[in-house]
Write a protein that binds this ligand. Structure first.
Ligand SMILES: NC(=O)c1ccc[n+]([C@@H]2O[C@H](COP(=O)([O-])OP(=O)(O)OC[C@H]3O[C@@H](n4cnc5c(N)ncnc54)[C@H](O)[C@@H]3O)[C@@H](O)[C@H]2O)c1
Ligand SMILES: [Zn+2]
Length: 361
């Protein structure tokens, strides 16, 4: 089957996402078609490399992969330093291509290394988690966490290509798969009622990783992200919509020290908080709020929040990057597939919404 091609055209770079079962086997061809430099470096994690590394063995010119750990805890400058060390000792120059092969943590870290090594070398993402395939590999956000906050150090650095092969997801643990699906719900809720309905209707086929259905869901998600990023590379306008669920979500990740929830799980809670806020203001019909809650719970259990205090979450939100001139910009859903951005959410409203979602007093 011919791969699906989705174009991303940002002011800093235009590139394509190539998506399809088995597209990984075309990677060598793709790299030479793009005329990317011949000296290639692959950054991956030990686990991903053990599971799928042989599929990249055919990349001509690739040396030993650079393997670094990929938990959220390791998403920090020290790990990026190990990538620099490996590049320097291999004499990587500007005529080198860096290929990331892993989930969002590998993509963000190695992407940041590519953006900064020699002030930037060509980058290709080959994402291996659902979250990375539908979200983090597209749009050029790269970076790492700081002890005081998530993704505080980073850059916008667009890749030269993104190669998405859903067959690598067969080894993905169910919880990681669900974590990616919450981001797909985000696309449905902000931008596509059709995608939202599809998730509800074809849940079994999606979890069964039915190739046709899963590829279609990934493609639709990628199209939405590609369109948003094309319209607003640096997140000054429309791209903010994709922060739906992320204000409370990031706060929840921070107060639990990035240990309890997968990123997508925290976003699932964040979407529930935003929906409660919206329905509390009469901006979202209760029927739509309930449809979102039902879809989220139909995917399976989320880790508990009953012992997480509202006050802690509120404090963490105040450190959010989405603060502009001291005001917190909040994406509220107004229907399935539609949102509005507000900056006048009061602490009282926020407490009420957090309470209704089930956070501790
Ligand atoms: N750059 C962006 O625009 C953007 C967007 C969303 C999220 N993110 C970032 O992405 C990160 C989360 O990414 P993630 O959810 O992919 O987590 P991750 O990279 O930590 O991967 C999750 C786990 O899955 C394993 N794994 C990866 N591929 C696998 C496979 N095919 N089979 C089996 N196991 C596999 C990894 O080893 C890891 O243990 C967060 O740090 C988040 O901030 C970035
Ligand atoms: Zn996210």
């Amino acid at each position: 089957m011919e791969p699906i091609r989705i174009d991303v055209a940002t002011p800093s770079r235009a590139y394509a996402l190539m998506l399809g079962d088995g597209v990984l086997d075309r990677l060598p061809r793709l790299l030479s078609d793009l005329q990317l430099p011949e000296q290639r470096f692959i950054v991956s994690s030990p686990l991903v490399w053990r599971l799928h590394g042989r599929r990249l063995a055919r990349i001509a010119g690739a040396v030993e992969p650079i393997l670094v750990p990929d938990g959220e805890r390791f998403k920090q400058l020290q790990t990026v330093s190990r990538v620099y060390d490996a590049l320097i000792s291999a004499n990587a120059d500007r005529a080198s291509t860096l290929i990331t092969f892993g989930g969002g943590v590998i993509g963000d870290m190695a992407g940041f290394a590519a953006a900064t090594y020699l002030r930037g070398i060509p980058l290709v993402h080959v994402p291996t988690t659902l979250l990375a395939q539908v979200d983090s590999s597209i749009g050029g956000k790269v970076g790492v966490n700081h002890a005081l906050g998530k993704n505080l150090i980073g850059a916008f650095y667009q890749p030269h290509a993104v190669v998405i092969d859903p067959t690598v997801l067969t080894t993905l643990p169910r919880r990681e798969f669900r974590a990616g699906l919450y981001e797909v719900i985000k696309y449905g809720m902000t931008s596509s009622p059709a995608l939202f309905d599809r998730l509800a209707r074809e849940r079994t086929a999606i979890f069964g990783k039915d190739p046709g259905v899963l590829t279609a869901v990934i493609a639709e998600s990628c199209r939405i992200k590609a369109a948003v990023v094309t319209a607003d590379e640096k997140e000054t306008g429309p791209r903010r919509v994709l922060n739906f669920g992320h204000t409370a979500g990031h706060a929840l990740e921070a107060v639990t020290k990035y240990r309890r929830y997968r990123h997508g799980e925290a976003v699932a809670y964040g979407m529930l908080v935003a929906a409660q806020l919206a329905s509390g203001r009469g901006a979202l019909a209760d029927r739509d709020r309930k449809a979102l809650a039902d879809l989220i719970s139909s995917l399976g259990p989320l880790p508990a929040i009953a012992d997480v205090s509202k006050g802690d979450v509120l404090d963490a939100m105040k450190h959010d990057k989405k603060m502009v001139a001291g005001r917190l910009h909040f994406v509220l859903p107004t229907a399935i597939g539609a949102t509005t951005i507000v900056d006048d959410v009061t602490e009282k409203e926020m407490r009420a919404a957090l309470g209704r979602v089930g956070f501790k007093k």
